[in-house]
Design a protein around this ligand. Structure first.
Ligand code: MG
Length: 401
């Protein structure tokens, strides 16, 4: 399985005007797709973040990738494992290697990760406050009522059984009201989660946790309410002081095994949102599941703007992870998928494929279109603040409440 070619494709995909505490999504989101081709002509693929930085990190590894055996690639790159600049590039190379190995030996990636323990992987709806320009299916949602309408449409379209609200956008009281309205509308059988991306103070976080003690129970959680492990630990202590057991989840304070150990020591995080793009790959996320199970910590999965390749990578590792205790996040409804049509999400689930490798291949016509779009655009780094100032408010600053 000697690698004879390594191709890096910079892509721009359309993205609706979604809001978060960081600002506004630009009309184009950047992604990078890579291909590893073996001497046998078999191609392994992966997808990661886009723009100049990720592309350069991947490009810098070219001479060490070409000529390596796919089964030995990570041994040969082990000296880079601790370097954060390379972590995402190594994760993408690992996924592409596993896809290449799977396609060569005729096994799905989940089998290479130890075997699937489920046939379907549950995903959560990812609801955003958003503007309406550029697309019509999901219109403006800048009020609690608008958000509920959006969620109802997402459930109609995909059957999601869990709901996540990206928060840190409106005043905290309006976001609390949004969650309450979701609960009133959907009932207690639909778990709710809220993620203000750590722009709430400890005081605001505890106040929100108290106000939403019923709404975030029954399988819900409060995600990255306050900043850092110290902030999260203080929120947890403040909630426990009032007898509130709502778990705290994180993909911002807990991003590595070292930060997980620290968070566990301070009871700062009860649910980790794994992400193979920056935890070090699919094997690292599978290991994360075992560590979380040992520590009594829940496991969910983080999502960023993605195409079908990353979605399938998530599906394979989730299928092979026994201790997946919450539905995974996904930006799927907001994206255009490039592979063989959109991967269906039905009843809130993606069926786990048993085809070799990831079970998806690239649509090269579509790939060329997205590469052209990248070349013809001026976007090279994601900058939601600049987009917010350009489109909504010239003096906008990220707010903390
Ligand atoms: Mg998050």
């Amino acid at each position: 399985m000697q690698i004879r070619d390594f191709r890096i494709h910079s892509l721009a995909i359309s993205d609706p005007p979604l809001r978060s505490s960081f600002g506004l999504h630009a009309p184009l989101a950047l992604r990078t797709v890579i291909e590893l081709e073996s001497a046998d002509g078999i191609i392994g693929i992966a997808e990661t973040h886009g723009g100049d930085g990720p592309t350069q990190a991947l490009e810098s590894l070219r001479t060490r990738v070409i000529g390596q055996d796919a089964t030995r690639l990570f041994v040969s790159l082990s000296d880079l494992q601790g370097q954060s600049a390379y972590r995402m590039a190594l994760s993408a190379l690992e996924v592409a290697s596993l896809d290449l190995i799977g396609k060569t030996v005729g096994l799905p990636v989940h089998a290479l990760l130890g075997g699937k323990v489920r046939d379907k992987v549950p995903f959560s709806a990812y609801a955003f406050y958003k503007h309406a320009w550029g697309e019509s299916k999901y219109g403006e949602a800048l009020t609690p009522e608008g958000l509920v309408t959006q969620v109802q449409q997402l459930i109609t379209d995909y059957g999601f059984g869990s709901i996540k609200l990206k928060a840190g956008v409106l005043e905290p009281d309006a976001e609390i009201e949004t969650i309450k309205l979701l609960r009133q509308t959907l009932g207690p059988e639909v778990p709710l989660r809220i993620d203000p991306n750590c722009v709430w103070s400890v005081e605001t976080s505890v106040r929100a946790g108290k106000a939403l003690r019923d709404e975030l129970s029954d399988g819900g959680y409060l995600e990255d309410p306050a900043q850092g492990i110290a902030g999260m630990a203080a929120v947890r202590a403040g909630l426990l002081d009032q007898g509130i057991q709502t778990p705290l989840a994180s993909n911002m304070a807990v991003t590595s095994f070292a930060t997980l150990a620290e968070a566990h020591q301070h009871d700062a995080c009860q649910i980790v949102l794994g992400d193979h793009h920056y935890w070090g790959g699919l094997r690292a996320v599978a290991e994360l599941g075992r560590v979380c199970e040992t520590l009594g910590i829940g496991l969910s999965m983080h999502s960023n703007s993605h195409l079908g390749v990353s979605l399938m990578a998530m599906v394979h590792v989730a299928a092979a992870t026994h201790h997946l205790t919450y539905a995974c996040d996904t930006h799927y409804p907001w994206q255009k998928i490039i592979a063989e049509g959109r991967i269906p999400i039905t009843g809130g689930n993606v069926s786990v494929p048993d085809l070799p490798g990831l079970g998806v291949t690239l649509n090269y016509d579509q790939l060329e279109k997205l590469k052209e779009r990248y070349k013809n655009s001026t976007y090279r780094v994601r900058d939601d603040v600049a987009e917010m100032r350009k489109q909504v408010s010239p003096n906008w600053e990220r707010r903390h409440w």
